[in-house]
Design a protein. Structure first.
Length: 403
């Protein structure tokens, strides 16, 4: 089996996922095409060398539906001979796209892929697809479905994280993101978004709230308390599944949960021969990939079993990993990861994460892979692991090895 390498990784800045957000005027197709064109142009490609575009997004309806991957190819400067595959593994869609591309290359099904994802949450709101996992009682009742915010609060309750723990983590995410932008750590990967006249729209992540402190976070009301407690509330459903918990401790709010944003990211994955043929130097080898299914009620613990599996599959131990990126869907998700593996926060999300910069669902997996790779290069580290929790109870992970 061949090796698969990352040759380039780009992303858009993340715009606030509201009608007054800077990227609200940009369609998912244009944002995706901008990423494809950036990869093509930065690497001197003609546009027909790509075997396929694998593109993830979580809410595949309306302008994000209809095989968005193929539509984006047609809207880009890639050749029409390049097809397109739209995939959905919820929050891990962007990572799964990259992992699929890598495994296609490893198996000999083509020399190069562009993989990544997009989510324009200001234009296609989360949940607007009416997914059966939440809307169909025959599924929701049997799986003890609760919304993700309730799941995050279950994790906090089950594993002993309090409101101050979650707020302190969120404050640190904001501080790290602000420092990373100030130091220019994202400059090599960010693609400024421009309008049809070439005028700049957005060049930096605009969701951030630098200077956030514990007092400001402490003033916010728990976002999921009413949803859980007002009868008939979801807490009652959760307690049927977890009767050992006397009650659910609601600690999450807008300040310690991931931000709703618009964004896209793309990764160029190829074989050694592809790089040699086009004069490109590989940045990292995609060493191992994995995906797992987990308890659908607590839902967001997937990074732990995914990491356990990927370490076992690669014959590695947690101490072999130099840097970690764990998607900050909610504070408790990352706190649980650090608790489970006794990971030092100095090695994890060193540039902040989705609490500070936002979580464009289908793009986030590709975004954190790019951030991880940039940071591995900046610190001259060899091995990095990226992982995400996933709706409905799943997890995904990728291990990168510097070349």
């Amino acid at each position: 089996m061949r090796d698969a390498y990352i040759y380039d990784a780009v992303r858009s800045p993340r715009g606030k996922g509201r009608a007054n957000g800077s990227l609200h005027e940009v369609t998912p197709v244009k944002l995706s095409a901008d990423m494809l064109n950036a990869v093509k142009n930065r690497n001197g490609l003609k546009g027909d060398e790509i075997e396929d575009v694998i593109w993830g997004n979580a809410t595949q309806v309306k302008e994000q539906g209809g095989c968005l991957a193929r539509t984006a190819v047609l809207a880009s400067d890639l050749h029409e001979r390049v097809p397109g595959l739209a995939i959905n593994r919820f929050c891990a869609s962007g990572m799964e796209a990259v992992n699929l591309a890598a495994n296609q290359v490893k198996g000999g099904a083509g020399e190069a892929y562009i993989a990544g994802g997009v989510e324009c949450m200001s234009r296609v709101p989360m949940g607007s697809d009416g997914a059966a996992v939440a809307a169909d009682p025959s599924v929701a009742m049997n799986s003890y479905f609760v919304p993700q915010g309730i799941s995050a609060d279950i994790i906090a309750t089950e594993f002993g994280f309090g409101r101050d723990d979650a707020d302190a983590f969120a404050m640190e995410s904001q501080a790290r993101a602000a420092a990373a932008w100030k130091d220019g750590r994202f400059k090599n990967s960010i693609i400024e978004i421009k309008d049809q006249n070439g005028l700049p729209i957005l060049a930096t992540d605009e969701y951030m709230r630098p200077g956030t402190d514990m007092q400001a976070l402490g003033a916010l009301k728990p976002a999921f308390k009413d949803q859980g407690e007002v009868m008939p509330g979801f807490d009652a459903v959760a307690l049927l599944k977890y009767p050992h918990l006397e009650q659910i401790n609601h600690i999450h709010h807008a300040g310690n949960s991931s931000g709703i944003v618009d964004g896209a990211a793309a990764v160029l994955v190829g074989s050694k021969e592809f790089g040699e043929a086009h004069g490109l130097k590989p940045r990292a080898r995609i060493k191992t990939t994995c995906k797992v299914g987990t308890d659908p009620t607590i839902m967001l613990t997937g990074p732990v079993p995914a990491t356990e599996k990927i370490l076992a599959d690669s014959g590695m131990a947690i101490g072999d990993i130099d840097l970690f990126e764990v998607n900050e869907a909610f504070s408790s998700v990352v706190l649980r990861f650090m608790q489970a593996f006794d990971v030092d926060h100095d090695k994890l999300n060193v540039n902040g994460g989705a609490i500070a910069m936002g979580h464009p669902l289908g793009a986030s997996g590709a975004i954190i892979l790019g951030i991880l790779l940039d940071e591995m290069e900046r610190q001259d580290k060899e091995i990095g692991l990226a992982t995400l929790c996933v709706a409905s109870g799943m997890g995904a992970a990728t291990i990168l090895e510097r070349v």
